[in-house]
Design a protein around this ligand. Structure first.
Ligand SMILES: Nc1ncnc2c1ncn2[C@@H]1O[C@H](COP(=O)(O)OP(=O)(O)OP(=O)(O)O)[C@@H](O)[C@H]1O
Length: 631
């Protein structure tokens, strides 16, 4: 695509985007910029007329009619000058408002799109994540955002109105060919400035990856999680050097590009500008000096100042040029991000569903039939020909080595991904035939990396069935079931205490306590109709005895629900009604603990190994954690 077409398209995109700031605000901004374009021209005309009226006013003296005419012209010049000074900050404010509104709308678009996807495949696609990070960087840090491009483009109205006014003065008072010559000179300078900026922007965008790496390293320095290891492993000095090298790797090519792009064009265009200015002065001077010159003193001053004003508009416009050259980069990233995930968008954004007890009664076995799964963009088949039945109303435990695909199976069950091949059925029907939201409302999952919301304990629990957020008794009961209620109630704000030390009156929970909160969330979901409960190793921070005890209690509380439990602890797993060993992407063996032990296969080997290790430690439970809360 030619540069000119690209430029026009980009201008058109900015214009369309600016409309999102709202009609009234755009109208005010356009009017302010129009005034800022007209007032300098009025000032040029009025001050030239003032100068032209001085001889007569001096001749006729103070209080004469000529003196009054001089004062009139001076008043107009003063008012137009003052008007500009008043309007400049107004333009800045409305421009900022335009920018913030447009950026705010784009952030809304990104949030809605990201949260509206049915699964999480799109959000794990490296290309999508890269687009999102680029967009977020500009929109969050507000360095050169699409909103600023819109404000910058609107500010061009002032500049080009001013140019048109100055050229009209030169044409009307002196000569239209001269005005045309000036226009060509100004547009040539502008082309040089904009062309340089365009090349600079391209050079900068080509270094996106280096910039992202740099952003990551900067964030690392203040990341509390990384801070521990950085200190313990003595990485501070090394990290500083690494960061400074990566900073140079990013900026050095940019500095070179800037020199290359701007130095020679600057020399050439400055030379042309000087030559054009000299020519304008020479022509004007000779015209004014000519015997039959029609130029009066007023006309002479007017043309000189208007011509200089026009020529000065050939330079860069700081309020417009850089924002319009760079600002739309984030916009295009947002557009690509939206396109990527558009196909996966969930149409139904209705409020969360209420299931009541009905779902529990509907509970049916879940059957994986010849299910295969490969992550998007990967080649390795994580699941391959998996046939498995999860019996209704019973507890099934899933075991297997690290990376066997246990969590992946849970993601398929939660429909965060769909199987690449095969079918998952509930009560005989393909679960894809059910609306995703309705399916998920009957499901409570606690993932290994479950969410720790920086909100109150009550809210953290109620998120299990947010349609029943007002059920305070249910929240209390769930917290009591996991043994956290007394501890929380002892705090000044009870179960409304924010679970974050960053928030006023907040507390910090230990890893084990957070797991109890997550479990309370699942119990709350179960109370409100979730009939399938999935626990993907949520008790890893509990000691062995506490975990075994917890599951015994959980099994009692979740009686009647279909439970899928993933754990590496065989003392816990053995309590399940059915144990399934996942191997090479399919079921290796399955049965009760006794059946599998009698079979002497993989399960028996793993069980014996762990039992022997436990015996070596004298049956001591490690990592016992008190239940106190650290304020
Ligand atoms: N988002 C992802 N994109 C690509 N590959 C993934 C993704 N998540 C997991 N994998 C890969 O899928 C395989 C199975 O991972 P999964 O987390 O399901 O195993 P797991 O049995 O739960 O392991 P663990 O016991 O360690 O939790 C692994 O090889 C892992 O690297």
């Amino acid at each position: 695509m030619s540069t000119a077409i690209r430029l026009v398209r980009e201008r058109w995109h900015i214009t369309r985007l600016a409309r999102r700031a709202g009609g009234p605000l755009i109208t005010v901004t356009v009017l302010v910029n129009l005034l800022l374009g007209v007032l300098p021209v009025v000032f040029v005309v009025a001050s030239a007329v003032t100068v032209g009226r001085v001889p007569a006013a001096v001749g006729e003296g103070v209080g004469s009619a000529a003196w009054d005419r001089l004062l009139d012209a001076f008043t107009v010049a003063a008012l137009s000058f003052t008007g500009q000074q008043v309007l400049l900050p107004v333009r800045e404010s409305v421009g900022e408002l335009v920018a913030r509104r447009v950026d705010g709308r784009l952030i809304d678009d990104v949030m809605a799109a990201a949260m509206g996807t049915v699964g999480i495949g799109a959000l794990h696609d490296p290309q999508v994540v890269a687009e999102l990070r680029t967009a977020a960087r500009e929109l969050e840090t507000w360095v050169q955002s699409p909103g600023q491009a819109c404000a910058g483009q609107l500010a061009l109205i002032a500049r080009y109105t001013q140019l048109a006014g100055h050229l009209a003065v030169v044409g009307a008072v002196f000569s239209y060919p001269a005005a045309l010559g000036l226009l060509v000179a100004v547009l040539l300078f502008r082309y040089g400035v904009r062309g340089g900026l365009r090349k600079y922007a391209e050079a900068r965008f080509a270094l996106d990856d280096a910039e992202l790496k740099n952003d990551y390293l900067r964030a690392l320095a203040i990341d509390p999680a990384a801070a521990k290891e950085i200190r313990v492993f003595g990485l501070i000095g090394w990290l500083r050097g690494y960061w400074s090298r990566s900073y140079r790797d990013w900026l050095a090519p940019l500095w070179n590009a800037r020199r290359r792009i701007f130095l020679w064009p600057f020399v050439v265009f400055t030379g042309c500008g000087l030559a054009a200015s000299l020519l304008a002065f020479a022509v004007l001077g000779s015209e004014a000096a000519g015997d039959r010159s029609a130029l009066t003193l007023t006309g002479f001053v007017m043309v000189i100042t208007a011509a200089l004003g026009a020529l000065s508009l050939g330079q860069g416009y700081p309020e417009s040029d850089f924002p319009t050259a760079v600002g739309m980069h984030a916009y295009y990233s947002v557009q690509r991000f939206l396109r990527h995930i558009d196909a996966a968008r969930e149409a139904d954004m209705a409020p969360p569903a209420r299931l009541g007890g009905a779902a529990r009664r509907e509970s049916a076995p879940i059957r994986f039939e010849n299910v295969g799964f490969t992550y998007p963009g990967e080649r390795h088949k994580v699941l391959d020909g998996l046939d498995l039945t999860i019996p209704a109303g019973r507890c099934t435990a899933l075991v297997g080595v690290n990376g066997a695909g246990k969590s992946t199976l849970v993601k398929l069950l939660a429909r965060l991904y769909e199987p690449t091949s095969g079918t998952i059925r509930s009560g005989g029907a393909d679960i894809r035939g059910r609306p995703v939201r309705a399916w998920r409302a009957g499901l409570a999952v606690i993932f290994q990396d479950f969410a720790r919301h920086e909100m109150s304990a009550a809210e953290n629990v109620a998120f299990g069935a947010v349609a029943y957020e007002g059920d305070r008794a249910g929240v209390r009961a769930a917290l009591a079931d996991v043994g956290l209620l007394d501890t929380l109630e002892a705090l000044p704000r009870g179960i409304d205490t924010p679970l974050s030390r960053h928030l006023a009156g907040g507390v910090d929970l230990s890893g084990g306590q957070w797991q109890r909160v997550a479990l309370a969330r699942a119990l709350f979901a179960h109370r409100h109709g979730a009939s399938l409960l999935v626990l993907d190793e949520p008790t890893a921070s509990l000691d062995v005895r506490a975990e075994a005890g917890f599951f015994a209690e959980f099994a009692r509380l979740a009686r009647g629900a279909t439970t899928l439990l993933i754990s590496h602890r065989f003392s816990t797993v053995r309590q399940a009604d059915l144990i399934v060993v996942l191997e090479d992407g399919r079921v290796g063996e399955q049965g009760t603990h006794d059946q599998l032990m009698a079979a002497g296969g993989r399960y028996a080997t793993m069980f014996d190994l762990q039992a022997a290790r436990f015996a070596d430690t004298g049956g001591r439970a490690e990592g016992d954690e008190p239940l106190g809360v650290r304020p």
